[in-house]
Design a protein around this ligand. Structure first.
Ligand code: HEM
Length: 491
């Protein structure tokens, strides 16, 4: 083939691809539905792909630029829907759950090729999801968690001892590292009954494993995870996975050994691991349910450690908030050395503080669902087609000045004003698929803040970031860098 023919061939393919893309991009226009104009290749995700913001922030800017109840968007080449209206959100997440119960990640996984990757709650679908969700939910119940107070206090004591010894050498501490150690120690202790020893051992196996699983600073990890939520089609072709498969296998080995020990010693804790083990005996679907536990391990340490990192930063950045919170904690604890469950629930400013934390930094910054069959939206000409992805821009909603005036200012008091539209505050999601670890998160984070604040004063250091920024990769909200603070021991 000579050069001229090859050139012509190349142009024909290029024109063909261009026309095909134009045809795809006319999807919303020909249906007369308001949409955001896409650009070739990226669709409406240009800023995300240029590394300027995470997907949650990208969807938030579409949300904030529009006034429509529903907007047509393009996730790369694929048409998708972004819902903006409170009632429509309920329609998708609650009223018509049977049509919108799966996430995009669940269609990104090839169950036949990789059954183990489909057994986590986040990515599982249909009957598998229902079965797992039902069996493990009791592990996160209020009563179950109340019995774990002593375990959580042990993790806190270890953290405080670690901080005491570290601050003797140097008061400037990387609080991101401390938060990760605490997140791993608590999730392992509460859900699996394993002592991860992240504060006692510098190279604790489970801490290293946690870092590999979900650190967006590892470029490929962040990219793969994001693609699973953006494009099931491309993820399947390239085999992008939600979790790092080698780390999953390592964690499964540790959990299998732990279950073996329990069986040999006839020990039962009635915790997440026991419930998973019961489920494994009844489960007839594909894949090893223990692999799915990796997702909970990741969610447990990632959500807790990132949230704490944001919290530490704001406490150091606003000393009034820090003093007010410490004052209220001390008043309620009186002479006690260890906070009780009842006392924790009485510290109202702590509750406002954590609510504001989850508003400013919703760890999962958007919700996504896949439409199971053609769905006609009531009182409109809109049909959401089978297989179409539907997004709820949580980050955008939680930063909408209409609901939260001055949304980028960290102000816990906004939750004591009584003027909030609570239907637009749902950082843990809504409906039957919402986060099952809300109480767990509240407890573990509040315990940590109480213990740190009664022992230390936090101040910004010369290495502290000027402002808190979010990592632009992946799908969840993570701080973009480390958070160094100066810690001063209180008497
Ligand atoms: C700040 C803390 C956290 C926030 C803001 C958060 C938020 C969320 C959100 C928004 C969802 C999706 C809900 C939906 O699609 O409607 C979710 C799902 C989930 N979260 Fe959390 N989460 C947090 C902490 C945790 C922790 C600590 C764990 C585990 C120990 C956890 C485990 C999960 C799991 C397993 C799911 C999937 C549930 C399902 O599909 O049935 N989360 N979370």
């Amino acid at each position: 083939m000579n050069a001229a023919v090859m050139m012509m061939f190349f142009w024909v393919i290029l024109v063909f691809l261009y026309l095909k893309m134009q045809e795809k991009f006319s999807y919303w226009k020909i249906r007369n539905i308001p949409y955001v104009k896409p650009i070739p290749i990226f669709g409406n995700l240009k800023n995300f792909f240029l590394g300027k913001c995470n997907i949650g922030q990208q969807l938030a800017s579409i949300y904030l630029d529009s006034n429509e109840k529903l907007v047509g968007i393009f996730m790369l080449h694929k048409p998708a829907v972004l819902v903006r209206d409170s009632d429509l959100i309920k329609t998708i997440l609650i009223r018509n759950f049977e049509c919108f119960h799966n996430r995009s990640a669940s269609t990104s996984v090839d169950v036949e090729k990789n059954p183990d990757a489909s057994t986590g709650l986040m990515v599982s679908k249909d009957e598998t999801w229902k079965f797992i969700r039902k069996t493990i939910t009791p592990a996160f119940s209020f009563l179950r968690l109340k019995t774990m107070m002593d375990n959580i206090q042990v993790c806190n004591n270890e953290m405080i001892s670690y901080l005491l010894s570290k601050t003797k050498e140097n008061r400037e501490i990387n609080m991101r590292d401390v938060a990760l150690r605490y997140g791993v120690d608590t999730v392992c202790s509460i859900l699996f009954g394993i002592e991860a020893n992240c504060f006692k051992e510098e190279n604790a196996e489970l801490r290293l494993l946690a870092r590999n699983l979900f650190d967006y600073r590892i470029f490929q990890r962040g990219f793969n995870i994001a693609m699973v939520f953006i494009s099931p089609f491309i993820s399947k072709i390239f085999g992008f996975d939600f979790l790092h498969i080698e780390s999953v296998q390592n964690l499964v080995k540790i959990l299998t050994q732990c279950l073996r020990d329990r069986n040999m010693n006839f020990r039962r804790r009635n915790d997440y691991l026991d419930m998973l083990s019961d489920a494994m005996k009844k489960y007839t679907g594909k894949g090893n349910l223990l692999c799915g536990a990796t997702e909970t391990f990741v969610a447990g340490n990632e959500a807790i450690s990132s949230s704490l990192c944001f919290a530490f930063y704001h406490l150091a950045n606003d000393l009034n908030i820090q003093h007010k919170l410490r004052h209220e904690i001390k008043e309620i604890m009186a002479e006690g050395k260890q906070v009780t469950h009842e006392q924790l629930s009485q510290i109202s400013y702590l509750d406002f503080f954590t609510k504001e934390l989850f508003r400013m930094y919703p760890i999962v910054p958007f919700l996504d669902r896949v439409c199971k069959r053609n769905f006609h939206l009531e009182n409109s000409n809109i049909i959401i087609e089978e297989g179409m992805l539907v997004y709820v821009p949580l980050f955008g909603i939680l930063h909408d000045p209409e609901f939260y005036p001055d949304p980028y200012t960290f102000r816990p008091e906004r939750f004591s004003d009584g003027h909030l539209d609570w239907s637009m505050y749902f950082p843990f999601g809504k409906g039957p698929r919402m986060c099952l670890a809300k109480k767990y998160t509240d407890l573990v984070i509040k315990m940590c803040l109480v213990n740190v604040l009664i022992n230390f004063k936090l101040e910004l250091s010369s290495k502290s970031p000027n402002e808190m920024t979010l990592h632009s990769r992946g799908f969840s909200c993570q701080p973009s860098g480390d958070v160094f603070l100066n810690l001063y021991k209180l008497d």
